[in-house]
Design a protein around this ligand. Sequence first.
Ligand SMILES: [Zn+2]
Ligand SMILES: [Zn+2]
Length: 275
Amino acid sequence: MRIDMHIHTSASDGTWNPEQLVGEVKNKGIQIFALTDHDTIDNISPTRALADEAGLFFLPGIEISSTLHGHLFHILAYGTDPLDTRLQQLIKENTRLMHEKDDDSIHTLIEHGYNIDLKRYLNYENDITRGGWKALNFLIEEGICKDTNEFFGGVFNELLSQAFPTFSLPEKVIEIITGAGGIPVLAHPGVTLYNKYRLEELLEEFYHRGIQGIETFHPQHDEETRRICYEWALQKDLQITGGSDCHGDFIHYRKLGDPEIYVEQLKVDKILKKL
Ligand SMILES: [Zn+2]
Ligand SMILES: [Zn+2]
């Protein structure tokens, strides 16, 4: 069975609504899929209903932000109880921090001489179907940057990376996920965001903090990265997962169903029990 365990919708920074997502999943011939929006479960219920109608297997998920030694890490969670109070508090707090970060980014740019009208920003209505987030879309509208690449290559590196919020420690996030009945999985350990660590070092760090799975298949993982993640997770008896990290049309190099993954290539017994 073809599977994609890492997908975003417009509830976080993707462009698709649940109808579009389920339609695309079906078109691609994917039979099992997870929705893993950043720090929100808002689209879980409607997606589950549509998946049921379409005869697809649906895995409720979420991708939770976490901070370790000043760096941002994403932790995927599968099968958590959406009504769990501590989980709800955590994602509410993370959402608040992200919104605050939007406003802080704009303030930082103004302080550094960018010609930005704060009032226009405050009145700016972000269109969620564009994907991304408010500050990014505003800066694009205002011509400060052309697109996401220019944002990350320009204003973000220069000034804004310092202003990134401090989220909860991984061990706390992991503990809340397991407390809510879910399986915590380290997302894309090989992406450049984490380059400050050697891959094996990073895996060890998270293993000692209680991670139960490693996202091994990801569009930004090369063969060597996959091999290291796979063998390491197998040796530690952890879950081995994979997905496209598709954001609809927002991030062009992450397409639904890429890489093409089949359940047999993974180790997802504990996660599939949550179906
Ligand atoms: Zn991520
Ligand atoms: Zn993601």
